[in-house]
Design a protein around this ligand. Structure first.
Ligand code: NAD
Length: 378
């Protein structure tokens, strides 16, 4: 029976208050408005970002209003489309994107960067382009998260925040391409532009860092050093392409000294996948004088100290939001790579749970052995 134009009642995990577990409720999801698409979410992964927005309010998280529905790494099927939507049809398989690609703004028309700011302010405060959310509970508005809210069986997203993918892509694997894996992989390949035969270091081996290792390997780096203070992550890093692994806590010297010693003068590329400013400085200093490039993939709440002489001596420091690649263009290509066995995703899935086990999955996102738990919504 068609649900087009109807309000859909479905299950969703609602964050009612900071610091409190999510509660699975029956919510109402309104039909999509102009340039919006309603999606049946089939699978969603749980990241440490979800955990942070619930349990660790900070500078980046404080504008998100409660109650809201978390989830930004997902895959699903288009249920219906609003007026003016021309790129999607009911039944299309899709991945929602926290970074839109409007296609007509200065940023989208530039080949130099990917940070499309369309609907940016609304996304930050939990609403869609018209200033409201499409999700409610007994008439009360439930805010959205990153323009998505994937911990719900149905959600509505802007049509510029959605990538159409091939029909045979498995939802429970390609959902990982909505956020961290695309970020890390693209940061290495498209922002650092790692060259064949180069020496690389990846600092922080969560999903972003492990994907950066894959990006370095795909680009033909001959040596890839994975760095993490949690040795449980080292085995997975080797599985995905690291040639060496280092735990900074095993050394008296600083990590930049260790990396300089291991590489006889520093790495060609360092991809930083941790949030602390001091680690970003260390990564920049671990690159080779004269030609080293350091790419930052995460925001930080404190100022980063940069030795001007490090830059003067020919090092380059870059930032990469969503890896630096345009979201709608990049994600279907990465799905192709996965389907053609050129990109690994199965290795990132360390657990599968149901929507009713969402709080367990959130706690697992902070577990030292876990990478991603995938939630099946149905
Ligand atoms: N820039 C973007 O577009 C973008 C996109 C996706 C995610 N992110 C960010 O990525 C984060 C989630 O990524 P994740 O899933 O990889 O994170 P995670 O928390 O799972 O992994 C971080 C890893 O870094 C390690 N680590 C911490 N401090 C370290 C240090 N000093 N030296 C070495 N290793 C250290 C931890 O042990 C852990 O393994 C979020 O913070 C989010 O903001 C950014």
């Amino acid at each position: 029976m068609s649900t087009t134009g109807e309000v859909i009642r479905c299950r969703a995990a609602v964050a009612w208050e900071p610091g409190k577990p999510l509660s699975v409720e029956e919510v109402e999801v309104a039909p999509p408005k102009a340039h919006e698409v309603r999606i049946k979410v089939v699978a969603t992964a749980v990241s440490s970002t979800d955990w942070a927005f619930l349990y660790k309010p900070g500078i980046e998280t404080r504008v998100q209003p409660f109650p809201f529905i978390l989830g930004c790494e997902a895959a699903g099927v288009v249920e219906s489309v609003g007026p003016g939507v021309i790129k999607f049809l009911p039944g299309d398989r899709v991945i929602p994107l926290f970074l839109p690609q409007f296609g007509e703004c200065d940023q989208c028309c530039s080949t130099k960067h990917n940070v499309c700011k369309k609907n940016w302010e609304n996304r930050e405060i939990g609403v869609l382009a018209d200033g409201t959310s499409r999700i409610s509970y007994n008439g009360q508005q439930i805010y959205q998260f990153m323009g998505i809210s994937a911990f719900s069986q149905y959600t509505v997203v802007s049509d510029i925040s959605l990538a159409k993918i091939r029909d045979d892509a498995p939802f429970d694997k390609v959902c990982l391409l909505g956020y961290a894996v695309s970020t890390g992989y693209s940061a290495a390949r498209y922002t650092a532009k790692v060259k064949r035969g180069s020496l690389c270091a990846v600092i922080g081996l969560g999903a972003v860092g492990l994907a950066a290792i894959m990006g370095c390997k795909a680009a033909g780096a001959t040596r890839i050093i994975g760095v993490d203070i949690n040795s449980c992550k080292h085995e997975k890093a080797k599985e995905l392409g690291a040639t060496d692994v280092v735990n900074p806590n095993d050394h008296r010297e600083s990590i930049q000294e260790v990396l300089h010693e291991m590489t006889n003068g520093g790495v060609d590329y360092a991809v930083v996948c941790v949030r602390k400013a001091d680690d970003m400085t260390a990564a920049l200093e671990s690159t080779r004088e004269g030609c080293g490039t350091c790419v930052i993939t995460k925001g930080t709440e404190t100022a980063m100290t940069i030795g001007v002489n490090d830059l003067l001596m020919g090092r380059t420091l870059k930032g990469a939001y969503f890896g630096g690649w345009k979201s709608v263009d990049c994600v279907p290509l990465l799905v192709e790579d996965y389907m053609n066995k050129k990109l690994k995703l199965d290795e990132f899935v360390t657990g599968n749970l149901s929507l009713y086990q969402i709080n367990e999955a959130l706690q697992l996102s902070k577990n030292e052995k876990s990478i991603r738990t995938v939630i099946s919504l149905w």
